[in-house]
Design a protein around this ligand. Structure first.
Ligand code: ADP
Ligand code: GLC
Length: 471
């Protein structure tokens, strides 16, 4: 597998959770899995061991000398491409001044290094690439490495975790990527309206394409969700499928969660109240009425997540008398909006603009409901964590949110507007306060759902076998 993130080493979002858990689930099914990712300057690489000193990765006009470090975790070999001039920085994709200008080269080196590793260290049957950052790997495999008989059996899979990020750059970047430009820069290759689009390249050159939920696999074939690639994705419909992400219940279970002040289960929910109190205290909110509904949000602050809709109807939420705790950072305007909301009603609303894993666990446990009003959501993990923690999700019916939340386990709304969101929240609050039995049935129905990785790993495994049969 080739990826730009994997938990617990380097993470900005759900991609890392997937690469931290799916490989292990595949190992348990008998596969051998190596995950290749960059050795970022701020990655958590404790215990890494250097096992390969000089791996030259050719770009145009010269090569980047890389070393390889490895950490074995739960039977999975994580291999870190160590190239300080490209990766030895604080930040995965950028810093306070924005995205790194050399991202095309950085991730081209990652992608090409993966194929060099296939030649020299670990020869796989399947090259499974994730998102635009790894999308050049199938492109190199089918062009620059086409003449290499040792690699001819390899089948490539691209998983799209988020079509909103495509790695689109000025065509000039191709001059640096060590690739025969006329061979790839055309309408059936990397070219996209005169630019270079790396994800498009991955879609064109991979043998199979997956996304992270069945509903999203359909949505991305429509103009509304296709980000301009829907015609191409429709043309690939016969080699495109959605496989729902799982969650790692070893990390996310209220029975055993080490970040919580008290543990609990569907049989004994009393610990959840302890968590709620601790959460309110952590945010400095009013703790005098623990029966008052508390909504939680943990999210990247990006347009995708629809959090501006929450801000738009905040007066309505305030008038409902609910409390709300928010954890997230990203878009500066949204950070300011939620900062302002918390300052205006410090007993009722709280905001922390940081990345905080412990607090994200406490919010899942201590909240009564969890808000995910996403404009689009390829899978979404927090709503699945919420189910297990008895925290009833309120979600927009899109992508993986629609696939994982049913009326017995949560609340859904359809239009991406603040008034539909508000209506859904008001409805949930009414049930919470007036239909206690119904609410508790929803909680326990959610807690009993099983979204463990095994089923998804079985689907990936079947896909790999089918592709290998064509080799
Ligand atoms: P996405 O990958 O689009 O951000 P997901 O729901 O798939 O959405 O995954 C988000 C992951 O990132 C979850 O594990 C969530 O807990 C975590 N996360 C997001 N923001 C924060 C934050 N501010 N602090 C801690 N964890 C966060
Ligand atoms: C992306 C998506 C999210 C998904 C995650 C893992 O970041 O935005 O919906 O859960 O990838 O696949």
């Amino acid at each position: 597998m080739v990826t730009s993130e994997a938990a617990p080493f380097a993470k900005t979002g759900g991609l890392a959770d997937v690469l931290g858990a799916l490989p292990q689930a595949l190992v348990q099914r008998g596969h051998e899995v190596m995950v290749v990712l960059p050795a970022y300057g701020n990655a958590n690489l404790k215990g890494a061991e250097r096992f390969y000193n000089e791996l030259p990765v050719w770009m145009t006009g010269g090569y980047y000398q890389c070393a390889l470090d490895r950490i074995e975790r739960n039977g999975v070999r994580y291999v870190f491409v160590n190239c300080p001039p490209l990766f030895g920085r604080h930040g995965l994709y950028g810093d306070m001044w924005g995205d790194f200008g050399d991202n095309p080269v950085r991730f081209a080196v990652l992608s090409r290094a993966a194929i060099e590793i296939a030649q020299r260290v670990f020869l796989p049957d399947i090259l499974h690439c994730h998102d635009w950052q790894a999308s050049l790997a199938p492109v190199y495999l089918k062009t620059e490495y086409l003449g290499n008989p040792a690699l001819r059996h390899i089948r490539s899979v691209l998983t799209i975790h988020n079509l909103g990020y495509q790695g689109q750059f000025n065509a000039g970047v191709l001059n640096d990527l060590g690739i025969n430009i006329p061979a790839v820069f055309h309408i059936n290759g990397l070219e996209y309206f005169g630019d270079v689009n790396l994800l498009k390249g991955g879609i064109e050159y991979s043998d199979y394409i997956t996304t992270v939920s069945p509903k999203y696999a359909l949505e991305i074939q429509t103009p509304e969700y296709g980000f301009g690639l829907d015609p191409l994705l429709r043309s690939k419909a016969s080699i495109l499928a959605g496989i729902l992400n799982g969650v790692d219940y070893g990390e996310w279970s209220p029975e055993a969660d080490g970040y919580l002040p008290a543990n609990y289960s569907a049989k004994d929910l009393s610990g959840k109240r302890v968590c709620k109190k601790a959460l309110l205290e952590e945010y400095g909110l009013d703790t005098s009425d623990l029966d008052r509904p508390l909504a939680g949000i943990v999210s990247r602050f990006a347009y995708q997540k629809g959090l501006d809709l929450v801000a738009e109807c905040i007066q309505g939420i305030a008038d409902l008398g609910m409390q709300m705790v928010v954890l997230g950072s990203g878009d500066a305007a949204l950070e300011r909006a939620f900062g302002g909301i918390a300052r205006a009603k410090p007993d009722q609303f709280g905001y922390r603009g940081e990345y905080n894993n412990r607090l994200s666990h406490l919010i899942e446990a201590g909240s009564d409901m969890f808000l995910m009003p996403s404009r689009y959501e390829p899978c979404g993990l927090n709503q699945i964590y919420s189910l297990r923690y008895g925290t009833v999700p309120i979600v927009r019916a899109t992508g993986g949110l629609d696939d994982t939340i049913q009326h017995e386990t949560g609340f859904k709304f359809w239009g991406a507007t603040s008034h539909e969101l508000y209506g859904c929240i008001a409805h949930a609050k009414h049930i919470y306060e007036n239909e206690k039995d119904w609410w508790e049935t929803m909680m326990t129905a959610g807690m009993s759902k099983d979204f463990s990785w095994d089923a998804s790993a079985a689907d990936y495994s079947n896909l790999y076998q089918r592709l290998m049969a064509t080799a």
